[in-house]
Ligand binder design. Structure first.
Ligand code: PLP
Length: 401
């Protein structure tokens, strides 16, 4: 039986059309994009075309606002470090407790090594930003506000344009990690106040190891990677041409698929989620169900360990993830779910099912066919569940579903 892949927020399958577009740039059009001879010119034009494909997906005003990077992590690092260099006299950053480690780890490092003051703004039980705390954290010392467009674990969307306007009122720059949003929600950057935006190819059916940082025209920028004059001096190093071509092709496909595919994917996600909630007691949907990515379902199975659910799903040919990090053998609950103050009975039992345009109704049927039995079996062995339901096994009366 074909395996079911529900881990598209971790990575997506590279679209065969993307691979097709990349192939000639290994052996046929192999020139260096900076070379002035015919080999280089041909490649330089292709890189420019890819930049325009990305510009179109983002609704950026100019193609030169796109700087290619090695991925989302590098784009996040470049944006943060650049803002701290260019915003003279300002030495504070405002961010959230639920950012990706690509942002949080760098900020923690800068806090420790450079004395940077970092304001971590919290979220409520649905993952929504605490707006009072956000505005209170802004000050004339704020160099940068960095808030993700969509959370990778729950899919919760943040009001980034509004936050960017508030950041500007305080004289700060605004960056968004849009790695999970690009290709999944419509974006029109020229209509927003966003200064910088990070994206990653492998989250939108493009290749791994390629991404981009959007830097609005007029925003001062200092490169993270210094070297040659590539990317208008904003990112040194010979361009990864095949990957750039692949990212461009993936952007064009994402734009073409956006309206119809996302409606279909959202319907599949909703059917999967509703089916789980209806068939399995003591399940909670994590995240802001009114304001979420169309592809992401984060579901907590109370009194269980998410890792055990995943192992059993994997045996049944279904790939998903928990979103929690394993540290030296012990599974720590995710920092995102902890920040949302999930009930302790649910904190360890979260499973993220993330869909893409490659999923079908059959995939949803398969998951709905196997999950109730898996959860019943695991709960029958779970001391926490048995204690809670008075030893009645998995058939405990649901008090909330
Ligand atoms: N930011 C978010 C929200 C992500 O989900 C990820 C990848 O998981 C990244 C950044 C890192 O992107 P990359 O894998 O391209 O470095």
């Amino acid at each position: 039986m074909r395996p079911v892949y529900f881990d598209n927020n971790a990575t997506t399958r590279t679209d065969p059309a993307v691979v097709e577009a990349m192939l000639p740039f290994f052996t046929e059009h192999f020139g260096n994009a900076s070379s002035t001879h015919a080999f280089g010119e041909r490649v330089g034009e292709a890189v420019k075309a890819a930049r325009k494909q990305l510009q179109a997906l983002l609704g950026a005003a100019f193609d030169h606002e796109i700087v290619f990077t090695s991925g989302g992590t590098e784009a996040d690092n470049a944006a943060i470090l650049s803002a701290l260099e260019t915003q003279e006299g300002r030495d504070e950053v405002v961010t959230t407790t639920v950012e990706h480690p690509a942002v949080l780890t760098l900020l923690a490092h800068l806090e420790k090594t450079r004395g940077l003051k970092v304001h971590l703004v919290g979220v409520d039980g649905r993952g929504r930003l605490d707006m009072d705390a956000f505005t209170a954290a802004l000050s004339p010392r704020t160099a940068l506000v960095t808030v993700m467009w969509a959370n990778n674990e729950t899919g919760t969307l943040f009001p980034v344009d509004h936050l960017a306007q508030l950041a500007h009122e305080a004289g700060a720059l605004f960056h968004t990690d849009a790695v999970q949003a690009v290709g999944k929600v419509a974006i029109d950057l020229k209509a927003t106040a966003i200064d910088m935006l990070s994206l990653s190819g492998h989250k939108l059916h493009g290749p791994k190891g390629i991404g981009a940082l959007y830097v609005r025209k007029g925003v001062k920028f200092r490169p993270l990677v210094r070297g040659g004059h590539q990317e208008r001096g904003r990112r040194g190093g010979t361009e990864n041409v095949p990957a750039i071509i692949g990212l461009g092709a993936a952007a064009e496909l994402a734009q073409a698929h956006m309206a119809d595919e996302l409606t279909r994917v959202k319907a599949l996600r909703d059917r999967l989620e509703q089916g789980i909630l209806q068939q399995i007691s003591h399940t909670l949907v994590n995240g802001d169900s009114d304001n979420r990515l169309p592809n992401t379902a984060n579901i907590a199975f109370e009194y269980l360990d998410g890792e055990a659910v995943l192992t059993n799903l994997n045996r049944a040919g279904i790939a998903a993830s928990t979103g929690s990090a394993c540290t030296s053998g012990s599974t720590e609950p995710s920092h995102v779910l902890k920040a949302m103050n999930l009930p302790v009975t649910a904190l360890h039992g979260a499973v993220r099912l993330s869909l893409s345009r490659e999923n079908s109704g059959e995939d949803v049927d398969r998951a709905l066919a196997v999950l109730p039995e898996i959860i019943d079996r695991l709960r029958a062995m779970s001391p926490a569940w048995l204690a809670r339901s008075g030893g009645q096994g998995a058939q405990g009366v649901p008090d909330h579903v």
